[in-house]
Write a protein that binds this ligand. Structure first.
Ligand code: NAP
Length: 272
């Protein structure tokens, strides 16, 4: 019986329970994935349940992705580089913090886009922008980060650059729609366009989207944001954030259940 869950605040619109219920069913495992809305001072009690084995896996979301780090024993290299944790598991007697957003984002990209390995422009410099910048730079992409607060973009670069093989750059927020900007991939990592403010768009309305860029909006509610409607109208390829949500959840689930699935498979093999 797997006891899994998600903590953060607020959690009302999370789609994670339905995803993990489907993963449990598909893996033939019994368990539950519950929401634990919690303030920062309630995190130690939740983590104690992981330490004692009452819980087997926990996802962390806004606003605790960074605040949880001092409460953990170890970070994976990915979580350390990004500076944020979205998945916690127990290894022997240690609590380990992982970040599955970065590989989840990479896994969600179409093969045709991955193969370009060109230049990317990221809007926003928060938690998801860090994960996206890490994933792309690790795979050899040139990455520029544009945020309304230049100092936030500079901080991202100062903290992440030493751990990356590619030089990250910033782009002034006011220049994000300039015609000389021709990235192969544009990723929106801001909440601009998210329900209920669905008519907002991170790209200036008076400028065309960069010709031939793949447009990726991390938002999945609504399914088609204003940014994606514009991409469609311009004949560009595009995607929303749903597949990333699925892939980061799949990676967390596999981490939590790997041993059991192996055991189940070998038990089945012994029987046949
Ligand atoms: P975050 O850490 O709060 O970062 C948000 C970034 O957007 C910050 O740089 C913030 O700047 C900027 N921003 C906020 N409002 C803005 C505005 N009105 N104009 C310009 N910039 C603005 O949030 P996050 O975790 O990175 O999430 C960002 C978006 O990605 C959300 O819509 C979230 O739902 C989505 N997301 C999707 C997935 C997925 O799996 N599909 C995963 C993670 C996140 P300030 O600091 O100045 O406000």
């Amino acid at each position: 019986m797997f006891a899994l869950g998600l903590t953060g605040f607020p959690l009302a619109h999370s789609r994670s329970p339905e995803l993990h219920a489907e993963f449990l069913r598909a893996a033939g495992l019994t368990g539950e994935y519950r929401l634990y809305p919690a303030q920062a001072d309630e995190l130690p009690a939740l983590l104690a349940r992981l330490r004692t084995g009452q819980m087997h896996g926990l996802n962390i979301t806004i606003p605790h992705k960074q605040a949880v780090i001092p409460l953990l024993d170890e970070l994976t290299p990915t979580a350390r580089a990004i500076g944020a944790v979205n998945t916690i598991y127990r290894r022997e007697d240690k609590l380990v913090g992982e970040n599955t957003d970065a590989p989840g984002f990479w896994d969600s990209l179409p093969e045709s886009v991955r193969a370009r390995s060109g230049s990317a422009l990221i809007f926003g410099a928060g938690g998801s922008a860090r994960a996206v910048a890490y994933a792309l730079a690790l795979h050899g992409w040139q990455v520029r980060v544009s945020a309304r607060r230049a100092e936030q973009a500079q901080k991202l670069i100062a903290e992440m650059q030493p751990l990356l093989p590619i030089t990250l750059e910033t782009l002034d927020w006011e220049e994000r729609g300039a015609p000389w900007n021709l990235p192969d991939l544009l990723v929106n990592c801001t909440p601009l366009g998210m329900y209920p403010d669905s008519q907002e768009c991170p790209f200036p309305e008076d400028a065309p989207l960069p010709a031939s860029a793949h447009i990726y909006d991390l938002i999945y509610n609504p399914q088609e944001t204003r940014l994606l409607t514009r991409a469609k109208a311009q004949g560009l390829t595009y995607q929303n954030g749903w597949q990333m949500l699925v892939e980061q959840a799949r990676r967390a689930f596999n981490q939590w259940t790997a041993n059991d699935k192996q055991q189940r498979i070998s038990t089945t093999e012994n029987r046949t």
